[in-house]
Design a protein around this ligand. Structure first.
Ligand code: MLT
Length: 307
């Protein structure tokens, strides 16, 4: 009998193709599915039917799945670490540039000139205002990368190619991962040492009890004057009250994040994106393929692997 896979988000066709029609039925409603495949749907434990044998998360983070409850119930949760790392890395490159140049302000200003129809007048106005949008270059600046997993290590390598000095911090880094990382990535022994030395800091950590609110008042106060914080991981990692204080009267010049937060929207010193780090065709395909492959390997062979 075909196995039933309940999808709680639209899953890329390339991922679904890994579940052959003769062996699998895939639908967004099933009373007794064999497995669940989802992207960012917030799944509650009570919504997981007893028939479910495994869950595939077509994404890197598993904070939208009740993993601890699943473990108690013997339900493995497969995610797709690294499958969207390139997409996130590319958006972090944008984030660094948004932090270093007057791009947002410049684009917003140009939009105010929509009614200026005379080209010469337009050029004259732009010439007069251009200096307001002057930035600085990334070459020679120092980027701190907190978390050197799949995404963080790619960000670190990318920043090196942009001419930045890079300092990484990751107490849980495996020997193999450390060995793969460029020797040009310097290592900080403590988070506070990293925060004190960097012009830009990019966070690449999962939300865990140990990372929730990790970026606190003390660390933010220790930043270099005029530093910029990038958060393309999860909002919960940063203590928002401390962040606001660091923006208001501390050393933090700009906060750039891939999630809107009500307390931060509309500030000039904050740039917020709608959680689009992994929103590329390629990343969605890669994540869905990885999650579907793992589900299939488990349902057909009982194998538990996480890649
Ligand atoms: C991830 O965890 O994979 C990214 O944050 C994107 C997403 O939530 O799907």
């Amino acid at each position: 009998m075909a196995k039933q896979i309940l999808t709680l988000n639209a899953i890329s066709v390339k991922g679904l193709e890994r579940l052959p029609r003769e062996d699998y039925e895939v639908a967004s409603e099933f009373a007794h599915p064999d497995a669940i495949l989802l992207r960012s749907h917030k799944l509650k434990s009570e919504d997981i039917p007893d028939s479910v044998l495994a869950i595939g998360r077509a994404g890197a983070g598993t904070n939208n799945v009740p993993v601890a409850d699943c473990s108690k119930r013997g339900i493995p949760v497969f995610n797709a670490p690294g499958a969207n790392a390139n997409a996130v890395k590319e958006l972090v490159a944008v984030g660094l540039l948004l932090g270093s140049r007057g791009i947002v302000e410049g684009i917003d200003y140009v939009a105010t000139l929509a009614n200026t129809t005379d080209k010469a007048e337009l050029n004259k106005t732009l010439e007069a205002h251009k200096k307001e949008f002057k930035g600085s270059e990334l070459v020679g600046k120092t980027l701190g990368v907190v978390g050197l997993g799949a995404i963080g290590s790619m960000v670190a390598e990318m920043a090196l190619t942009m001419g930045m000095d890079v300092i990484g911090y990751d107490p849980a880094l495996s020997v193999e991962a450390a060995w793969r990382l460029s020797s040009q990535v310097q290592r900080a022994d403590t988070l506070s040492a990293l925060f004190a030395k960097c012009d830009y800091i990019s966070l690449h950590l999962p939300v865990l009890d140990s990372t929730r609110g990790l970026i606190n008042a003390e660390l933010l106060a220790a930043m270099r004057e005029g530093a910029c914080l990038l958060n393309f991981a999860r909002q919960e990692i940063v203590d928002e009250d401390a962040l606001l204080a660091a923006l208001e009267s501390g050393p933090l010049r700009k906060y750039i994040a891939d999630f809107p937060s009500p307390g931060l929207i509309g500030r000039d010193d904050v740039i917020l994106m709608p959680h689009i780090g992994a929103s590329t065709e390629e990343a969605e395909d890669n994540c869905a393929i990885m999650a579907a492959n793992q589900l299939r390997d488990f349902l057909e062979n009982g194998n538990i692997r996480n890649s």
